[in-house]
Every structure is written in structure tokens, then in C-alpha cells.
Design a protein around this ligand. Structure first.
Ligand code: SF4
Ligand code: SF4
Length: 382
């Protein structure tokens, strides 16, 4: 695999015109919009719409990024659709509440169908021969991925590769969590999925990023940057460099490279645009250690109690809404209300919990945190 090109573009705010100019500059640095669409093609934009949260919370890709890309594509003569498969609520509601519907409408971008889907053959197919993929992806000629720059409890970051999990519609995502419980298998699944849906371009929204307890309960941090690349591995590696973390701590980058998806090594990435070094924020809150592979717990189950990180609930913040229970993919439910009553926050059964962090991802009140046991910290596992 040759060198990968990554465009780094400073962007200090979400004023629509500023974002459009920044995206256009980034796309031009990669060779121009004609490299990514032809007139008359149907292009699908895939933002992160985890939930219907307001744009300033930095949970979702900002509407100005969607609008900027849609405008550029429309000017090139493309027809534009967009969408995602949110965690819990309906796609229709999440798209409206996140402000993305209004942004799309300004450039005649239609909301695609992410509720239904059909099979798509995985070209690598080592783990999965055929993925169920949202109808909107089947209906397009090409896709442009618009991830949000956020931390993630399971995969460390949610960048280009993790964002594509939303191409799998509805509850099938939960079943994949059950089927691929350890982080290596789950990361390989995401890599194979990326090789299956093959976006033409990835545009990372890092103007306002989320640090700490992401992807929904973290804190907003201004990173003032958009990052564009055809290589999802190089794009995620650049995310890591911007937060002063080794890309080797993110399994999807190393496994993605092994699978031929892209490059994460600095000597294999050519940076164009603004100076990356001036945008790095070493104080960005993220765990700068490898993701511990919970596969070893299969053989040392007793060890799990003492070293495995786990989700915990802050009872002062919990409103007893029950969304975490709904999100839990384990059939017996690893989190539930004691005696079925909502008088107290839900409780975990850590023997059942597969550490997928779907509950953490879905909690709308920032009440769930990832807790690392002391022994794990001493052993520097997490
Ligand atoms: S989703 Fe959050 S607020 Fe709702 S019950 Fe679970 S922990 Fe409490
Ligand atoms: S309790 Fe939370 S982390 Fe554990 S399996 Fe259920 S959703 Fe996943």
C-alpha cells in the first residue's frame, strides 16, 4: 500500500460559510470534488447521529458539516441523501432533533432509509460473509463518511471506522455485540464492515470534539479542525495524533492496517493543509493506553472481577429512565431495575455484562461512567 494523503484544515467555528469554505479547501487539497462524485450520481452522507441531541453537545456530527458537504456535492451535480441508524430512538426523531434534517433540507438532501436493509457481501469475509446493510447504502452510488471526533468506552475513539457501524440497521448491531464480544474480534468486524461499504471519502468533524466520558456523556472541547482523507485508518491515526495518543492504542487502526485498509504509520501518511502540530492538544482527556483485550477473560474468568473495567451508575445523576436497560444487548439483561421497580437506579450483573458499553453510550443524563479497578491500574492494563 502506497502513501496515504490526509488534509488537515483549521476551522474555528460552525458558521455555515466558514465550514463550507474549510471543507471545500480540504477536498481541493485531495484533488477536488470531481474525484469523489460525478454529475447525476446519488451520494450518501453518513454523519454520526447517535441520538437526537442538540449540536452544541458534540454528540452528533454538526449540521454545518453536513450542509457544507451537501452544498459542495450539489454544486458538482450530485443528488444527496444522508442518515444513520441511531442507538435507541427512531431515525426520524434523531435526525430532526439533532438539527441535521433542517441542514440537509437547505441543499435538497433527502433522509435515506436506515430502518430497513438487505445483505451486502463482505469482500474479505473472514468473520462475516454477508452484512445486513441499510437500504440507503444500497440505494447510493457512493458514500461519504462524516464521523464526529469523540472518545469511546469500548473502542477508545469513534472516528471513521467506528462511525460505519451505523450502516448496520437497528437491532442487528446489538447482536454483533453479543457475537463478537472481545475487542479484537469486534474491531476486525468494523474493519470488514468498512471494506464492505467502502466510503469514497471521510470527513472528521473535530471543530467541537468530545473528550472524557464519550461518546455521549463526555465534555465538549474545541479542537478547531476538520480532517479529510480517503484512508479511514490514516484519518483515525490523525485523530490520535491530534490528541497526543499513539494510534497503536486503537485496535481498529492496527487491525485495519493489517487487513490492507490503510496506513497509520507517520512515514506512510502525507499531510497537506494546515500544520498538524499547531492543532495538537496533549491535555485532551482520553485514556492513553492500549485497549485491553477481554478475550483473555474467557480463560481466566475469575480474573475478570478484579481487573475488568466496568460501567457504573452515578445514582445522583440517574433519573431511572430505563434507557440503559433497553440498550443492553444481553438477552437476560446485564442491567435491570431491582424487583422491576424504578424506585432505585438500575443495578448491574457483572457476570452477565459483556462490557459492550451500549448502556453507557445511550444514557442521556451522563449517569454512567467507566470504572477501572485499582488492580488494573497498578498492572497498567487500562
Ligand atoms: S439510562 Fe442513565 S439515567 Fe436512565 S436509568 Fe440508565 S443510568 Fe439512569
Ligand atoms: S450492562 Fe451495559 S456494558 Fe454490560 S452488556 Fe449490558 S449494555 Fe453492555
Amino acid at each position: 500500500m502506497g502513501q496515504s494523503i490526509v488534509a488537515v484544515v483549521r476551522c474555528n467555528d460552525y458558521t455555515p460559510e466558514t465550514v463550507y469554505d474549510a471543507i471545500k479547501r480540504g477536498v481541493n487539497l485531495l484533488g477536488g470534488v470531481e474525484r469523489f462524485t460525478r454529475s447525476g450520481e446519488r451520494i450518501l452522507l453518513k454523519p454520526n447521529i447517535l441520538a437526537g441531541d442538540a449540536p452544541e453537545k458534540a454528540v452528533t456530527t454538526h449540521p454545518s458539516v453536513l450542509a457544507g458537504c451537501a452544498r459542495l456535492l450539489r454544486e458538482a451535480g450530485a443528488r444527496v441523501t444522508f442518515g444513520d441508524s441511531p442507538g435507541m430512538e427512531s431515525a426520524r426523531s434523531a435526525v430532526r432533533k439533532s438539527g441535521l434534517q433542517a441542514a440537509g433540507e437547505r441543499y435538497q438532501a433527502q433522509v435515506g432509509d436506515f430502518s430497513n436493509g438487505g445483505p451486502m457481501t463482505s469482500p474479505q469475509g473472514k468473520l462475516v460473509k454477508t452484512f445486513p446493510i441499510a437500504q440507503a447504502v444500497h440505494d447510493c452510488d457512493g458514500m461519504i463518511n462524516l464521523p464526529k471526533m469523540k472518545t469511546h468506552g469500548l473502542t477508545r475513539i469513534t472516528g471513521a471506522i467506528k462511525n460505519l457501524f451505523g450502516c448496520v440497521p437497528g437491532q442487528r448491531k446489538a447482536l454483533y455485540h453479543i457475537q463478537f464480544q472481545n475487542i479484537t474480534d469486534f474491531s476486525n468486524l468494523l474493519v470488514e464492515l468498512t471494506q464492505t461499504v467502502r466510503p469514497r471519502l471521510h470527513v472528521l468533524d473535530g471543530v467541537l470534539a468530545m473528550e472524557g466520558n464519550g461518546p455521549r456523556s463526555g465534555d465538549v472541547r474545541a479542537m478547531n479542525v476538520l480532517v479529510l482523507s480517503e484512508d479511514p485508518v490514516a484519518l483515525d491515526a490523525t485523530f490520535c495524533h491530534l490528541v497526543a495518543m499513539s494510534p497503536e492504542f486503537v485496535p481498529t487502526t492496527t487491525l485495519g492496517h493489517q487487513a490492507g485498509l490503510g496506513n497509520y504509520q507517520v512515514d506512510r501518511i502525507q499531510y497537506v493543509g494546515d500544520d498538524l502540530d499547531t492543532l495538537i492538544q496533549p491535555e485532551f482527556k482520553i485514556i492513553r493506553k492500549p485497549v485491553y483485550d477481554n478475550a483473555s477473560y474467557t480463560y481466566y474468568r475469575w480474573l475478570k472481577r478484579f481487573v475488568a473495567s466496568r460501567p457504573v451508575i452515578d445514582r445522583k445523576l440517574c433519573t431511572r429512565c430505563g434507557l440503559c436497560i433497553k440498550a443492553c444487548p444481553v438477552p437476560e439483561k446485564a442491567i435491570r431495575f431491582r424487583d422491576g421497580q424504578r424506585g432505585e437506579p438500575p443495578v448491574y450483573d457483572y457476570n452477565l455484562c459483556i462490557r459492550c458499553y451500549c448502556c453507557h453510550e445511550m444514557c442521556p443524563h451522563r449517569a454512567i461512567h467507566k470504572k477501572t479497578p485499582l488492580l488494573s491500574k497498578v498492572l497498567q492494563l487500562e
